[in-house]
Design a protein around this ligand. Structure first.
Ligand code: ADP
Ligand code: MG
Length: 375
């Protein structure tokens, strides 16, 4: 039976024409008290309230976030409920969350990855710190929130992304209408420099060749519409970083380090390089942070501690997360199922989801200037 199909006796007070409860204007007025916790502005003037419906004391509010990976979803939902519930006549508040990812700085220029809203670089000072592991799991965690994501492997020294995704290293991407087709697996797209290399024929990559390859990956790959394209770069401060930064405006960079001092020294250089080419470093991910013994839960800090914190302080950037040293991470990489997907209930998967949330939130804040501000 519908809400209004009930025949009420004549003496029972009838609901007003709008079905009872507060007016939409009253609800909107109340929603002006709800602050977006990171932008410190109310959700109405930020144009995040997409619709308000009131029917027989039931209030439905549709809120549009700037990323489905928003870590503040729950907080915003609760604030909306708290603001609307006390209004006279409200029996129930329902909050519906949708998202529409905005491009930082307007996104890549025409011709370069035309449907990609945000290109994100993952880099490190040195190899072997878990850069590809972080790139792949960050991609998986973002995709898990419903975002449209791709990962581009530009690490010519170790194009490991195909292996980590369970795609044969000799895979040759399909070409359709002169455009390279990325591989769809695990809910996101991927493309790797490995597909262009003959595993038995080492290529000496010179700067211009690498530049051309990265350019092709951006302009000739059918990425379609993506919210985020995560780029796995070679370690250090070489040609790939510079080419990428020259070819597309990067929404931001994430640097990966272990807690160890040598790794930290290298990463300091990587941060300085990004800053020199005007790429915003969103933060640092500390990988192989501590080993928790599966038997006694004792924590051992195999690679030391505090490195990421020191960097974060020195450069005024946040620590985006700490990924424990955990055999299942390596196993997931070797078996081609990223741990963020293969073991979603693990502490490591949760740590990757936290990194994804922080990265997405940082990009949302950066893109916020593009939102129409309503008065
Ligand atoms: N948190 C972790 N716990 C356990 N093994 C890890 C972790 N992070 C990375 N590894 C493993 O360490 C090796 C190097 O990681 P990789 O992501 O390839 O590093 P990079 O891309 O920086 O060279 C891989 O075998 C990977 O599976
Ligand atoms: Mg790698």
């Amino acid at each position: 039976m519908g809400l209004f199909s009930r025949n009420k006796p004549n003496d029972e007070p009838r609901p007003p024409a709008d079905g009872g409860g507060p007016t939409k204007e009253a609800v909107l007025q109340a929603l002006r008290q709800v602050m977006e916790p990171e932008l410190h502005r109310d959700i109405v003037s930020l144009n995040m309230v997409k619709s308000v419906a009131v029917c027989d004391g039931i209030v439905k509010v549709a809120v549009e976030l700037t990323t489905p990976a928003c870590p503040l979803k729950k907080e915003i939902t609760e604030s909306v409920e708290k603001a609307v519930a006390p209004l006279p006549g409200v029996r129930q508040v329902t909050v519906e969350m949708t998202s529409n990812v905005k491009a930082v700085g307007g996104g890549p220029p025409r011709g370069m990855a035309p449907g990609v809203k945000n290109v994100l670089a993952v880099s490190s000072g040195k190899g072997g710190v878990g850069k590809s592991t972080v790139a792949v799991n960050l991609t998986a965690a973002l995709a898990g929130t419903g975002a449209r994501v791709g990962v581009l492997d530009c690490d010519l020294y170790g194009p490991n992304v195909p292996t980590m995704l369970g795609i044969p290293a000799d895979h040759k991407p399909e070409v359709r209408d002169g455009r390279l087709q990325p591989v769809a697996k695990h809910g996101f797209l991927s493309m790797s420099i490995g597909y262009l290399m003959d595993p038995d024929q080492p290529i000496v990559w010179r700067g211009p060749m690498l530049h051309k390859a990265i350019q092709q990956f951006l302009s000739d790959v059918e990425w379609g519409d993506l919210d985020y394209l995560v780029v796995d770069l070679p370690p250090g401060t070489g040609d790939a970083q510079l080419s990428l930064a020259q070819l597309v405006p990067l929404a931001g960079a994430v640097v990966v380090t272990t807690p160890q001092e040598v790794s930290v020294v290298d990463v300091r250089k990587a941060i300085a390089m990004f800053r020199q080419v005007h790429v915003d470093v969103l933060g640092v991910v500390e990988n192989m942070a501590a080993f928790v013994c599966p038997h006694c839960r004792h924590e051992t800090k195999i690679f030391g501690e505090g490195g990421a914190e020191g960097l974060a302080k020195k450069f005024g950037i946040p620590v985006l997360g700490r990924i424990p040293l955990e055999p299942a991470v390596r196993a997931g990489g070797d078996e081609g199922v990223p741990i963020a997907i293969g073991k979603p209930d693990s502490a490591v998967a949760a740590a990757f989801r936290e990194v994804a949330g922080k990265v997405a939130a940082a990009l949302s804040v950066k893109s916020a200037w593009a939102l129409p501000i309503l008065q």
